[in-house]
Design a protein around this ligand. Structure first.
Ligand code: HEM
Length: 473
């Protein structure tokens, strides 16, 4: 282990990783303050928060006739996400933005429909299955590196590269290798979608109905049309193959969806549900994991002592060979860095809920209809919960210390019954991709480029992530 990476030197590293400086608090916000907040929030939601959000357990505001609470008290979050979760379905904003593309899949459905889909899709994400996807994950990373080797370009937009890479992993694991999907086109369609309809829009905030064509919605239409026709074609082809020759069907998530039966009722999914869930896995698993990788690469470039320790560990554990699922648990420091990156830059920075009935949170009455925001971005930087929250310190997640963190203070994958179904998949994927890339390449941010986080549905590096990539040997 390199001495430069000792816990003592980590704690003293005063350099703050990129984040917007919180605004000074506005004691009694008026209408003008609200409009300013929404204009700022539309560009980048995390730049609209003032300091009080990071210091108080509850922020209770009224905006455009709705009560909005930002909840950052772990026990109250536990009540919203777990103990009384049936009272807190997902917020209108979130549904409004995701439902047009992802339909009534697992991420966007509610009530009985959600419960049934969760039961039916859960076996596809069991440990044994996830481990079986490791070779596809490593193969996707190797293909990326083969392209880097052959093109020899010294600088790349890592945000675009990771997006393509995680899309490739999902194409291989959701559709198998027979899908013939145009990865670039599909990736671009998702990007356009998140960039347009995915943005927090004022029409959404004012609860205008979906048929009101905002600019974002109009620009997203070609992407939506493309998703539906492309995934529809793949699903129909696969269904026909399974009917003809079940043994010939690839062992991937799509076959699992088409053959899955509700363990309680035996009912399979219909075509619409299969399409919606295939889109959901790609929509929920592609950009999130790409951003997790982006933020690790950025942090390692900003903190060379951590990079040195990670590379050291990879060398020690793997000795130059390709990683497998069984190595993930052995790469403890690399995992600490990933955990800390997910704390500082949670790829899914907001979880919105709406209270169906009145409730009590933090000793105060909350009215039915209140919008409740649980924000991993805010929570992970909260002064009540973390020591020097803005500092990069992977030691927070060292074995023995990680277990002392309140279960509802650290939520990169959410919590309660709606916790990310792809969590084990995502952690294994992120680790295998990182390790495979770091074994061969060293990445440093382009000189003079300022990295900064931008939050829409996911938390991305604003303006991309131009990095120099150099072969290690
Ligand atoms: C680093 C990567 C990822 C992060 C940070 C992440 C984060 C999250 C979070 C925070 C939620 C809960 C949302 C809420 O409660 O409002 C969620 C749900 C979900 N995620 Fe992930 N996710 C990641 C990767 C994946 C992957 C790889 C897949 C699938 C292949 C996936 C599929 C889903 C699905 C289907 C849901 C909805 C579950 C339900 O409502 O029952 N995610 N994710």
């Amino acid at each position: 282990m390199s001495g430069a990476g000792s816990a003592a030197s980590v704690r003293r590293d005063p350099k703050r990783p990129a984040a917007p400086v919180p605004l000074p608090p506005v004691p009694n916000p008026g209408f003008g303050d609200m409009v300013r907040f929404f204009l700022r929030a539309r560009k980048n939601l995390i730049s609209a928060f003032d300091e009080s959000v990071y210091r108080e357990a509850f922020i209770r505001r009224k905006a455009f006739g709705s009560d909005i609470w930002i909840v950052s008290e772990p026990e109250a979050i536990k009540r919203v996400l777990l103990d009384n979760f049936a009272n807190y379905p997902k917020g209108i904003q979130q549904q409004r933005r995701l439902t047009p593309a992802l339909g009534e899949g697992l991420l966007t459905s509610e009530g009985e429909s959600w419960r049934w889909q969760r039961r039916t899709t859960a076996p596809a994400f069991q440990h044994k299955r996830v481990v079986g996807f490791a070779p596809a994950m490593v193969a996707a990373a190797n293909d990326l590196l083969a392209r880097w080797d052959s093109e020899g370009t010294a600088e790349r937009d890592i945000a675009a590269e990771t997006m393509q890479l995680t899309f490739d992993v999902l194409s291989r694991t959701v559709f198998g290798s027979d899908a013939r999907t145009d990865a670039k086109r599909m990736g671009a369609a998702f990007e356009l979608y998140f960039d347009t309809a995915g943005r927090l829009d004022i029409a959404g905030m004012l609860n205008l109905p979906d048929w009101v064509p905002t600019l974002g919605r109009l620009r997203a239409r070609p992407a939506l049309r493309y998703f539906q026709s492309e995934i529809g074609r793949i699903v129909r082809d696969r269904r026909a193959l399974i009917a003809r020759d079940p043994a010939a069907a690839p062992d991937d998530l799509l076959t699992m969806l088409l053959t899955a039966e509700d363990p309680e009722g035996g009912r399979p999914m219909d075509e619409r549900q299969v399409i919606d869930n295939a889109l959901t896995f790609i929509g929920a698993g592609h950009e999130t994991t790409a951003n997790a990788l982006n933020w690790v690469f950025y942090l390692l470039a900003a903190y060379p002592w951590a990079e040195e320790r990670v590379v050291d560990e990879i060398g020690r554990v793997l000795n130059g060979r390709a990683p497998g699922a069984e190595d993930v648990g052995k790469l403890t420091y690399t995992r600490q860095v990933l955990d800390e990156a997910l704390r500082l830059y949670p790829p899914a920075p907001f979880m919105g809920r709406v209270a169906l009935a009145a409730d009590e949170l933090g000793g105060e009455k909350l009215k039915a209809g209140t919008q409740v925001l649980v924000s991993p971005w805010v929570l992970h930087r909260h002064h009540m919960l973390w020591d020097e929250p803005e500092l990069f310190d992977p030691e927070r997640f060292a074995p023995g210390r990680k277990e002392t963190i309140h279960r509802f203070a650290y939520l990169p994958f959410g919590g309660g019954p709606r916790i990310c179904i792809g969590m084990a998949f995502a952690v294994q994927e992120a680790m295998l991709l990182l390790v495979t890339i770091l074994q061969r390449y060293r990445l440093t941010v382009r000189e003079g480029f300022t990295v900064g986080p931008n939050a829409t549905i996911t938390l991305r590096p604003e303006g991309g992530l131009p990095m120099r990539v150099e072969r290690r040997h």
